[in-house]
Design a protein around this ligand. Structure first.
Ligand code: UD1
Length: 417
């Protein structure tokens, strides 16, 4: 099995260009089947989750090709409405084809989605939202089957502002008859960007304050070209990589406007940051303070996707910090591996209590999901001696050239068999 070997202790210093956003592009790829024509996405990241979505699109009969950094999808011909179980079960985002295929063909058959193991991750909100549009949905051991040739706009209040359920409902409502209003919709910037992508295709969608999204159904969509926003989670991960090595970094193209919930606690810890145009410079060489208490929240709060890499930083910051995970119940998987490296972390239900140590110790650890893999690679950058991270392939699901970029910042890191 492949693993990444890191000789820790080097302060990262330099600049990195932030890649296009994973969580924005995945729903767009599903959305492209709504249109019997071509959708182009400029700045699409070359990551495993995108490759898996491309496989699903091709299986449905779409033609997909790269034009440099631009991904083009021609969904003129769709062969069917059923996703192949093997590829679909690899990723959670495959569930977004439920709304998209239903909108395009009036039918969909989706295996239960897979993806990172972060607790239960049910799809009940997706199903009840799409049912409200008049679709008939049946579930069996193989997955979800939906029918609905005449979807009708309606008012839906989500019990929780789920990102995926909001996106699925938008996809199903774009070509439905009449008006749909979503209350308590997710406010993540990636949801807003999906709405922009669909508007560029001729959809009529308004994102209003207070989590309200209004959609007026249209007959059909048009060809489009969208330029993808930068990935706020990737930008945050590189910043944390600089912080765990007490280095300096310039993030080119960082979406600072959407990173406030993450940057505020880092500033409180003593990281000095300066925004210059489309760049964010961070200097982490001073003494850092622990954070006291931090909790993950829906946007604009601290993002759950940066909780594990943040835990690595707190594990090497003097004093006691407490992190509360409010979004996913099993998102402390990296903690156990960090402990093998000398971190002092106690899990108390939804809380992780972290007593910072001066430095971690290199050893063998294993990643089990995407952001946990990032957290362990960051730990290796800090640790004394050699760290070997198995399961490092999980990082490829969301980070483009992660190891190469870290090496470019001065890390001693390499992939070994
Ligand atoms: C998306 C992001 C993921 C991020 C998460 C929260 C993508 C591709 N993934 O995931 O990186 O961590 O938002 O910001 O954009 N829930 C239910 N029933 C449902 C749907 C969700 O109970 O039908 C629960 C989930 O189990 C979880 C919480 O709601 O506890 C949040 O999930 P959700 O916002 O839907 O996250 P995802 O869309 O899966």
């Amino acid at each position: 099995m492949e693993c990444v070997e890191i000789r820790g202790g080097r302060s990262l210093c330099g600049q990195v260009e932030v890649q296009g956003s994973k969580n924005a592009v995945l729903p767009m790829l599903a959305a492209s089947v709504l249109h019997a024509g071509i959708s182009r996405i400029q700045g699409c990241p070359r990551i495993q989750d995108v490759y898996d979505m491309i496989e699903l699109l091709e299986d449905l009969g779409c033609r997909v090709w790269w034009e440099g950094q631009c991904l083009a999808i021609d969904a003129s011909r769709i062969r069917g409405w059923e996703l192949p179980a093997q590829t679909a079960s690899r990723m959670r985002s495959s569930v977004l084809f439920l709304g998209a295929l239903l909108g395009r063909t009036g039918r969909a058959r989706i295996p239960y989605p897979g993806g990172c193991v972060l607790g239960e991750r049910p799809v009940d909100l997706h199903i009840s939202a799409i049912k409200a549009l008049g679709a008939q949905i049946e579930e069996d051991t193989r997955g979800i089957r939906a029918r609905g040739r005449e979807l009708r706009g309606c008012q839906v209040r989500l019990g929780f502002p789920s990102v995926g359920a909001t996106e699925n409902l938008i996809l199903a409502a774009v070509l439905a008859r009449g008006d749909t209003v979503i209350h308590n919709a997710a406010r993540e910037p990636e949801v807003e960007e999906l709405c922009l992508f669909l508007r560029e295709k001729g959809a009529r969608i308004r994102v209003c304050p207070q989590g309200r999204i209004e959609i007026r159904g249209v007959e059909c969509l048009q060809d489009s070209r969208h330029t993808l926003a930068a990935d706020r989670i990737v930008a945050g991960t590189y910043l944390l990589a600089a912080a765990v090595t007490r280095g300096r970094i310039l993030l080119k193209g960082a979406p600072v406007r959407h990173m406030t919930g993450f940057l505020e606690p880092l500033a409180a810890m003593g990281i000095r940051m300066e925004k210059a145009g489309e760049c964010l410079a961070a200097d982490c060489r001073g003494k850092l303070q622990n954070i006291g208490f931090l909790q993950t929240m829906p946007y604009p709060g601290f993002p759950t996707d940066l909780q594990s890499p943040m835990m690595t930083l707190l594990a090497v910051t003097e004093g006691r910090s407490r992190i509360r995970e409010n979004i996913f119940e099993s998102r402390f998987k990296a903690a156990q591996e960090l402990e093998k490296m000398g971190a002092r972390i106690k899990i108390e239900g939804r809380d992780a209590v972290i007593d910072g140590v001066e430095r971690l110790q290199g050893t063998r650890v294993e990643a089990r999901e995407l952001r946990g893999a990032a957290a362990l690679l960051l730990a290796g950058l800090n640790a004394a001696g050699i760290t070997r991270v198995r399961g490092c392939r999980f990082a490829d699901r969301g980070y483009e050239n992660f190891c190469e970029n870290l090496a470019g910042l001065g890390a001693d890191i390499r992939l070994i068999q």
